[in-house]
Design a protein around this ligand. Structure first.
Ligand SMILES: Cc1cc2nc3c(=O)[nH]c(=O)nc-3n(C[C@H](O)[C@H](O)[C@H](O)COP(=O)(O)O)c2cc1C
Length: 732
């Protein structure tokens, strides 16, 4: 709830101030270049804290006919306004020790003057200044709410610089850049607000007033400047400006402006005749000026420059994310049946809209079979007159919390009594990078499970990182149970736009007991690929590709394919003959490549999921690989036997464990893991990489076993494996 309030205020503020913000950011960025370019003059004096003001004045007075002013600017440049012995008036950068002259102080360029005026008031005079002040204030609020959101998102301020988990470009870099630039942006905007408030006299007035009447002028003891008590121990780093006495009149003093106070010093006795500390308001003004303009240091000016650039990116990415999310929600729920007319109810829990996308593909497929589908958010949960099936797709946020479109669901669920029995399925969308992987989906599943009016149709399925392949695997299973062939529209990925490659059939095995076969293909051109990459094949007359995991063996592609009864693609591939040329697209699948360094690799798979491993075990000598395979019958493994035997002989595989579900002990690959739990836990603790390939239900079972083992026997958590790169998944 609080997160939503911050999110909406962050967004509303950004929309209102966007145009002015754009102009202020661009002009601010340009202005930050000025101190950087000034710094290239290299007139900076080091060790100002060791140079006494009295000695500098002494030197200046003996070197020039008259000295009018001495100024120390924030970049540590020392400027003197003098009248030379040849009666020439000069304002120059000097070295205060040897009085060498670096060069004249030039007038500010008209370009920077122009940009400064625009930045301060947008050429709208006082009205413009008010606007700019308000924009600075809004920017400050946006940055503060952004920082709060970021802290919340990362799981606390101590985790602010932990790995960023978002994979979407705009979302990811909104977070990555936010961690670095939100604080400088808060400083820029807060100082901007301060300077505007000062301009409009919102602070109490603070001009320094010296009480000259109290100054005794008649009696004084003349002293050398180096002996002046008022300048004792004052070094140049404390000075902003010194105005020299204009005449020898006793009422003319040295007016010394220091960082924290202003003094009048008697020009002959050197005594302090008046000293006034600057009020806090003025100190704030001096500091704000330094921080807002970057004049104090070129490094800070550079930070201001890139922070201004980052504001432009935040504007772009913020709006892009919002538009995407709004469009998705609008486009998806529109055009489906009303809730009391629909047979199928699809409810979605989403924060940024991606889950709506998946739900929409699923609903479209049902609609193409003339099914009446109602799609809405989980928060709109109600009673449904005719529905007999319900599918819930939901993301998880925060610490296992509900996403925005589901935050009222559980409460509503308790208040609303369903009118009849409904078969339900829950699909969780989440990320294994979070300790509470899909835990909100688990909550929802549990709630429905305990309710007498809801009957589970399938187990809870968890989709990691919005994997389309995993989603498709689930959709196929659901379709088989509901007796509806679910054909999902492919996401518009770079893959669909890829060029196809000609591939020649080199070998094709006979179907085994499980209707599975091996297909060996040779690319007709030199192309880069490796085991774990994917091959997309679209059979003639079909609209969509089917993806297969590749084994790369001696530059050939080896696939293991199950010929599904109604499978268009597997049917097409099983009918191929040697020498035939087919088309396919290769997709790099970096997340499932063999790890570059790992003390050991535990490969877990079932059925045809062994395919990518057949290439990996052949290629990686002495890699300390342990293979766990689950299948139906002893004969099911015959297809792979020679590849695995070779790897065992070469000692590439150190152990092989097979679980058969229809023979002998009739168990599954996850049961093998339980049997070998000592080995499994100690390997994981020593940094082993776990690779899992095969069906989603096998993946869920395996993950549950590993998760439970870690919980009871180790300090590591599943999310640690993901964060350490110890977990590689390719399930569908
Ligand atoms: C700030 C934040 C917190 C998240 N917390 C979790 C979490 O606790 N558990 C989880 O499984 N996924 C978590 N995720 C991942 C999302 O649930 C996942 O990316 C989901 O697909 C997003 O769906 P949506 O775009 O429909 O909101 C989190 C993502 C973000 C950005």
């Amino acid at each position: 709830m609080i997160r939503s309030v911050w999110r909406y205020s962050h967004l509303i503020l950004a929309v209102v101030s966007s145009i002015f913000l754009l102009l202020a950011a661009v002009t601010g960025g340009i202005l930050a270049i000025e101190p950087i370019s000034n710094a290239t003059k290299n007139y900076s004096i080091t060790g100002l804290d060791e140079i006494l003001v009295s000695q500098t004045i002494d030197r200046l007075k003996s070197n020039y006919d008259e000295v009018l002013e001495l100024e120390v600017i924030p970049s540590n440049y020392v400027i003197a306004s003098v009248l030379t012995k040849d009666f020439e008036n000069k304002t120059i950068y000097i070295d205060p020790i040897n009085l060498s002259e670096f060069g004249p102080v030039e007038e500010r360029s008209s370009f920077f003057n122009f940009i400064t005026n625009f930045h301060r008031s947008l050429f709208l005079k006082s009205a413009g200044r008010i606007f700019v002040g308000i924009i600075s204030f809004l920017l400050c609020l946006i940055a503060v709410t952004g920082l709060l959101l970021l802290i919340k998102r990362q799981g606390g301020s101590l985790k602010l610089f932990h790995r960023v988990k978002e994979t979407n470009f705009e979302q990811r870099y909104h977070v990555v850049l936010g961690r670095w630039f939100l604080v400088p942006i808060i400083i820029i905007s807060a100082t901007g607000v301060y300077l505007s408030a000062e301009k409009f006299e919102l602070f109490p007035s603070y001009s320094v007033k010296h009480n000259r009447n109290e100054i005794a002028q008649d009696e004084y003891e003349q002293k050398e400047i180096s002996e002046f008590p008022g300048l004792k121990n004052i070094s140049l780093d404390q000075v902003r400006k010194i105005v020299f006495p204009f005449s020898e009149d006793l009422e003319d003093f040295y007016q010394v402006q220091l960082n924290d106070r202003e003094m009048l010093i008697h020009q002959f006795s050197g005594k302090v005749v008046s000293a006034q500390k600057y009020p806090l308001v003025q100190l704030g003004s001096i500091l704000s000026m330094k921080l807002h303009t970057g004049e104090s240091s070129p490094v800070w000016a550079f930070i201001l420059l890139i922070s201004s650039g980052s504001i432009l990116f935040f504007m772009y990415s913020g709006f892009a994310m919002t538009l995407k999310s709004l469009n998705r929600k609008k486009a998806t729920t529109f055009g489906y049946a009303l809730r009391d007319e629909a047979e199928y109810i699809v409810l979605v829990g989403s924060e940024t809209g991606n889950t709506f996308d998946f739900a929409n593909r699923f609903c479209k497929s049902l609609k193409s079979h003339d099914k009446r589908v109602h799609l809405s958010s989980l928060n709109e949960y109600a009673t449904y007159e005719r529905a007999h099936k319900m599918v819930i797709f939901t993301a998880t946020y925060g610490d296992g919390d509900a996403p925005a479109s589901a935050n009222h669901f559980l409460k509503r669920f308790e208040q609303i009594n369903p009118k009849h029995l409904i078969e339900y399925t829950v699909v969780g969308f989440g990320s294994m990078l979070y300790p509470n992987f899909c835990s909100y989906a688990e909550n929802v599943h549990e709630k429905l499970d305990f309710h007498p009016s809801f009957k589970p149709m399938m187990q809870l399925t968890k989709i990691n990182e919005q994997s389309f392949e995993q989603f498709r695997g689930w959709a196929n299973n659901w379709g088989a149970k509901a007796d509806i062939p679910v054909h999902l529209e492919l996401p518009d990925s770079s893959f669909t736009k890829k060029k196809t490659e000609d591939l020649k059939v080199i070998d094709i095995s006979k179907l085994n007991v499980d209707n599975t076969f091996l297909l060996k293909l040779k690319p007709q051109k030199k192309i880069q690929f490796q085991s774990g990459d994917l091959l997309g094949i679209c059979p003639p007359d079909a609209r969509r590709e089917r993806l297969y995991s590749i084994a790369e063996i001696d530059r050939y592609i080896l696939l293991s394919i199950k010929n599904h009864e109604l499978g268009k693609c597997s049917g097409y591939l099983s009918s191929l003959e040697k020498g035939q040329i087919i088309q396919g697209k290769i997709e790099k699948n970096l997340k499932f490549h063999f790890p570059v360094t790992a003390p050991s690799v535990i490969m877990i798979c079932n059925g045809t999921g062994i395919a990518p491993y057949l290439g990996m075990i052949q290629k990686n000598n002495n890699a300390n690989i342990h293979l766990f395979w689950g299948g139906r019958y002893t004969q099911s493994f015959d297809l792979y036997q020679t590849y695995v035997d070779n790897a065992l002989k070469e000692r590439n595989i150190r152990s092989l464990e097979i679980a058969l579900s229809r023979e002998g002990e009739q168990h599954y690959v996850q049961d093998l893991l339980l049997e070998k739990q000592d080995f499994l836990v100690s390997s994981i603790e020593n940094g082993a990489v776990i690779m899992i390939c095969g069906s989603i239900s096998m993946q869920n079972g395996v993950m549950e076993v590993i998760g439970n083992l870690l919980q009871s026997r180790s300090n590591l958590k599943m999310s640690d494996l993901e964060i350490n790169g110890q977990l590689k998944l390719d399930c569908y």
